[in-house]
Design a protein around this ligand. Structure first.
Ligand code: NAG
Ligand code: NAG
Length: 394
C-alpha cells in the first residue's frame, strides 16, 4: 500500500477540518495507524471465538490475488427490458465478494474519498435529532468489520487485541496493512465509520430507515446515511434525506411500477434474509466515480456529452458494460435496511469476443420494447445505442 499517499490524504482532510473549526480526528487516526505498522507483532488474535457464533461460512485459504472478478451477464435472454425488482435470495455468507481487483479498487476509493469527501460519505442531519441514525451506522460498521470480514475472509482480515490500543479489538487488514477498531468509539463522529467502511471494502452502502412521520400501515423508507464511491450517474448527496420514491424520481416508470411495491417490500424484509439483484447499463466512460451524470440523460449535463456517437466512432477502450451487484438486508438490532452494491465493468469488446455481441445488442434494443420504453433514453441509449449495437453485431 502506498503509505505516503494515505498520510498525505489524511493530513489534507485534517487541515480542511481544522480550518473549519472541527476537531482533528483524522490526524489522530493517521498517527495511530502509522504507529501500528511497527508494532503489529505485539497484538494477539481474537478470531477463534467470534467465528463459531455466526452462520458465515469461512473461505479458508482464499487467495484474493488469483480470484477473478464475478462475470455478470444480466442482459442474457432479455429481449425486452421490464422494469421489475427481479430479486433473488442470497446466502448471507456471500454478501461481499473479493477478487484480484481489491487492492487497486481500495486505492481508487481512498483517492475518491479524498477528492470528493462530501459527495462520497454523508449522514443526514434531520432537524429533530434522530438517534436511530448513528445507532444504525455503528451496527453496520461492527457487523462488517467484526462479524463479516474476518469470518468470511480470514486470509485477508484478522481480529486482534493490541496492547497499544488499550487491548481494544482491532480489525487488521492483511492486504492494505490498515488497522481499525471494530466498534465506533463514543467520541468518534458517525461519518468516521463511513470513511473507514469506504476504504475497507469495495462496496457502496446506503442505509434506509422508515420515515417516523409516515403512518405505520404505509411505511416509507428514507435514505439517512450513505458511503458511495462509485455511484453510477448520480450524486448520492442530492438523495440524502429523501424517500424512496423521490430518490428514484428521475427513473421513468418508477412511480407507477415500483414505488408502492418497493416500500411494502422493504418493510417486509426480515432479519437474516439477504436479497440480491443485478443492474446493468452501458457507459462510454470508464471512470468508476460517476457522480456527475455520465450514466443517465440529464438536462443539467453539458449538451456536448449528449451528442449521438456515430457508428464506428466509439472509443472502445472506454466503452463498458457496467453492472451493479446490489444487495439488501436488515440489521438485527436497529432494524435499519442496508442497501449495498459492488460495481463491475466489462469492456464491450470482451462481451463481443465471448460471442455475446448480438445478445447484448438485442438486450440494448430491448430497453425500448419493455414495459417502460423511456428507460432507453434514461440510460442514454440515444447517445451510444446505435454505435454500440452496430459494433456488437459487426
Ligand atoms: C474478542 O472476541 C470475543 C468474541 O467475539 C468478544 O466477545 C470480545 O469482546 C472480544 N474482545 C474484545 C476486547 O473486544
Ligand atoms: C414485460 O411486461 C409486458 C407488459 O407489461 C408483459 O406483457 C410481459 O409479459 C413482460 N415480460 C416479462 C419477461 O416479464
Amino acid at each position: 500500500m502506498d503509505f505516503t499517499f494515505i498520510c498525505d490524504s489524511l493530513l489534507k482532510q485534517c487541515l480542511l477540518l481544522a480550518a473549519s473549526g472541527g476537531i482533528c480526528f483524522f490526524f489522530f487516526w493517521g498517527w495511530r495507524r502509522a504507529r501500528s505498522f511497527s508494532s503489529a507483532t505485539k497484538c494477539r488474535s481474537n478470531d477463534s471465538e467470534a467465528r463459531k457464533k455466526l452462520s458465515i461460512t469461512p473461505l479458508d485459504g482464499f487467495d484474493w490475488k488469483t480470484t477473478e472478478p464475478l462475470q455478470l451477464r444480466p442482459f442474457r435472454g432479455k429481449e425486452k427490458y421490464n422494469l421489475t425488482m427481479a430479486i433473488e435470495n442470497l446466502d448471507p455468507s456471500e454478501l461481499i465478494q473479493m477478487d484480484r481487483t481489491y487492492q487497486d479498487r481500495i486505492k481508487k476509493r481512498q483517492a475518491v474519498l479524498d477528492q470528493h469527501h462530501d459527495i462520497v460519505v454523508a449522514v443526514n442531519e434531520p432537524s429533530v435529532k434522530d438517534t436511530r441514525i448513528r445507532a444504525a451506522v455503528s451496527e453496520l460498521y461492527t457487523f462488517i468489520l467484526k462479524d463479516y470480514l474476518p469470518n468470511r475472509y480470514p486470509s485477508m482480515f484478522r481480529l486482534e487485541l493490541c496492547p497499544e490500543y488499550g487491548s481494544k479489538e482491532m480489525l487488521q487488514n492483511l492486504v492494505t496493512g490498515a488497522k481499525w477498531p471494530t466498534t465506533l468509539a463514543d467520541n468518534e463522529p458517525t461519518i468516521r465509520a463511513l470513511e473507514i467502511l469506504t476504504q475497507t471494502v469495495d462496496e457502496e452502502f446506503l442505509i434506509l430507515l422508515p420515515d417516523i412521520s409516515a403512518p405505520e400501515d404505509t411505511p416509507s423508507y428514507v435514505l439517512q446515511v450513505y458511503a458511495t464511491c462509485f455511484p453510477s450517474g448520480f450524486n448520492t448527496r442530492e438523495k440524502l434525506g429523501l424517500r424512496l420514491a423521490d430518490i428514484h424520481g428521475p427513473v421513468p416508470g418508477y412511480a407507477q411500477k415500483l414505488e408502492r411495491s418497493m416500500d411494502r417490500f422493504f418493510a417486509k424484509i426480515e432479519v437474516g434474509r439477504v436479497i440480491k439483484r443485478v443492474n446493468w447499463g452501458i457507459t462510454t466512460e470508464t471512470d468508476l466515480f460517476a457522480a456527475f451524470g455520465s450514466m443517465h440523460a440529464s438536462s443539467t449535463v453539458d449538451p456536448q456529452r449528449d451528442q449521438v456517437i456515430p457508428t464506428g466512432m466509439l472509443n472502445l477502450e472506454h466503452t463498458v458494460l457496467r453492472c451493479e451487484r446490489q444487495t439488501l438486508h436488515r440489521l438485527p438490532e436497529t432494524r435499519a435496511l442496508v442497501f449495498a452494491f459492488h460495481t463491475y465493468t466489462y469492456p464491450v469488446q470482451q462481451i463481443k469476443d465471448e460471442g455475446l455481441g448480438s445478445e447484448l445488442a438485442t438486450a440494448i434494443e430491448g430497453l425500448k420494447k419493455g414495459n417502460v420504453p423511456a428507460i432507453y433514453s434514461y440510460k442514454r441509449g440515444d447517445v451510444w445505442g446505435q454505435a454500440v449495437t452496430d459494433f456488437l453485431r459487426s
